[in-house]
Design a protein around this ligand. Structure first.
Ligand code: FES
Length: 160
């Protein structure tokens, strides 16, 4: 997936969003809808657009396809967005949250847990397969499960 955004420097909004996605119909539809949604948004608003927002705009997606939205949002484009905003003197337009290490043994952060959830992790085991979190002393398990619930709720609605 490739996304290119055009930003009006004076108004500080996204004026255009072009994209190219290779994948299934759900991935293409998600990217298309996302590209329309971000037009007129501030960089801050676009950065915080979630898969849940895109799925709602689409009128819903089958659960097994929602993970695709993880790659259909702008947040993974953050490094590119940072480059774009830096080039335009707009570095302060995106509020970045500092990553916090949740698993000291494997050096896994809360951002990595969130990314794994967006990529389809729905159980502690699947999260471990993606990140190796909790595979040494296990002291991080309780906090990890709490964060998984938060991220699943934030991006995909309630877990149950
Ligand atoms: S703190 Fe996560 S395995 Fe030790």
């Amino acid at each position: 997936m490739m996304v290119v955004i055009k930003v009006d420097k004076e108004k500080q909004i996204l004026t255009d969003c072009k994209w190219k996605t290779y994948g299934c119909a759900s991935a293409i539809a998600s990217t298309s809808v996302m590209s329309e949604m971000v037009k007129g948004m501030s960089i801050e608003q676009a950065y915080h657009l979630t898969p849940k927002d895109v799925a709602k705009e689409l009128g819903g997606l089958p659960e097994h396809k929602i993970h695709l939205l993880g790659s259909g949002r702008l947040k993974p484009c953050a490094p590119q967005s940072t480059i774009i905003t830096a080039k335009n003197g707009m570095e302060d337009k995106i509020t970045k949250e500092e990553a916090r290490i949740v698993c000291q043994c494997m050096n896994v952060t809360d951002h990595e847990i969130e990314e794994a959830v967006l990529e389809g992790a729905r159980s502690y085991l699947s999260l471990q397969e993606k990140t190796k979190i909790g595979t040494v002393c296990g002291q991080c398990k309780e906090e990890t499960l709490r964060l998984m619930d938060v991220y699943i709720g934030r991006h995909f609605g309630d877990r149950k």
